[in-house]
Design a protein around this ligand. Structure first.
Ligand code: F6R
Length: 269
């Protein structure tokens, strides 16, 4: 895992947009895995700004979102489809038919997962997967004790995730307790992974993911198995890492080496 620690959320967002931009410019037909939530918002704002400013184009890009709630329609203000439409898709030149979010209103939610896996496979697999991380170490909605070999399926949310996400629902409103999520294997199959996290409330999960034992108790720790995972965090999210100084040293040593010898290393495929 490559750990990069940024002074603030803005520089983190800019750098993650740089990564997406080089991916898309090098491979205009890239397949990108996307996340919802607060973590990628700065990245999405930066991509929209670049699209408006110098026509960064998403016309050939395909996207697959990690997850969707079960039981609320796509048009619901809290659906992940609405989140993506409002915070990214409607503001760039992506073809709506190339954007995929699991169908949380499918008549049989149990059938959504295998079909979603097939669509990802038919698209050629995910080139670059963007992730956030839950305070309990979840990625997608793979809650603690999720199988590390799981594929897209229905998951029951933990009490902690339900509480974390309750801020988005009115007190008298139905809040889903189930979601359809890419599995951990689905995520690990992506050629490149970029995980974003800011804030002190993520510090423990980041520590467990990077330095903890590989454990289904911290699903994100499965990323220790992935060959090209980059973790962009701010100082607060990095605050509980015991080898923080080492990660900064590694970064300094790597930057020049990569710039000189493998400038295209950021790009997957
Ligand atoms: C969202 C997702 C979740 C979030 C995680 C962090 O599509 O898959 O795993 O990335 O819950 O959420 P935020 O970024 O809101 O802290």
């Amino acid at each position: 895992m490559e750990i990069l620690i940024f002074p603030d959320a803005q520089s983190l967002a800019r750098k993650s947009a740089d990564l997406l931009e080089s991916q898309i410019k090098t491979y205009p037909d890239s397949v990108i895995g996307l996340a919802t939530g607060s973590s990628p918002l700065g990245l999405y704002e930066e991509l929209i700004r670049r699209h408006n400013e110098y026509d960064l184009s998403f016309a050939g890009v395909k996207t697959f979102n990690l997850d969707e709630y079960v039981g609320i329609p796509a048009k619901h203000p809290q659906s992940y489809r609405t989140f993506m439409d409002e915070n990214l898709f409607n503001k760039i030149d992506i073809d709506a038919s190339n954007t995929h979010v699991p169908d949380g209103m499918a008549e049989n939610p149990l059938k959504v997962g295998p079909a979603y896996e097939k669509m990802i496979e038919e698209a050629g697999g995910i080139d670059l997967q963007v992730l956030g991380i839950g305070t309990d170490g979840h990625i997608g909605f793979n809650e603690p004790t999720s199988s590390l070999g799981s594929i897209t399926r229905v998951k029951t949310l933990t009490r902690q995730t339900i509480v974390d996400n309750s801020r988005f629902f009115k007190s008298d409103e139905f809040q889903p307790k189930l979601a359809i999520t890419m599995g951990i294997k689905t995520i690990l199959d992506a050629r490149r992974i970029l995980l974003l996290a800011c804030g002190e409330n993520k510090a423990e999960a980041i520590r467990d993911m990077v330095e903890g034992p590989l454990s289904a108790f911290c699903p994100a720790s499965a990323l220790q198995f992935h060959q090209r995972t980059t973790v962009f965090i701010d100082e607060s999210a990095a605050s509980k890492l015991s080898l923080k100084g080492y990660y900064k040293f590694v970064d300094e040593m790597q930057v020049d080496l990569l710039r000189q010898h493998r400038p295209s290393d950021w790009i997957s495929r």
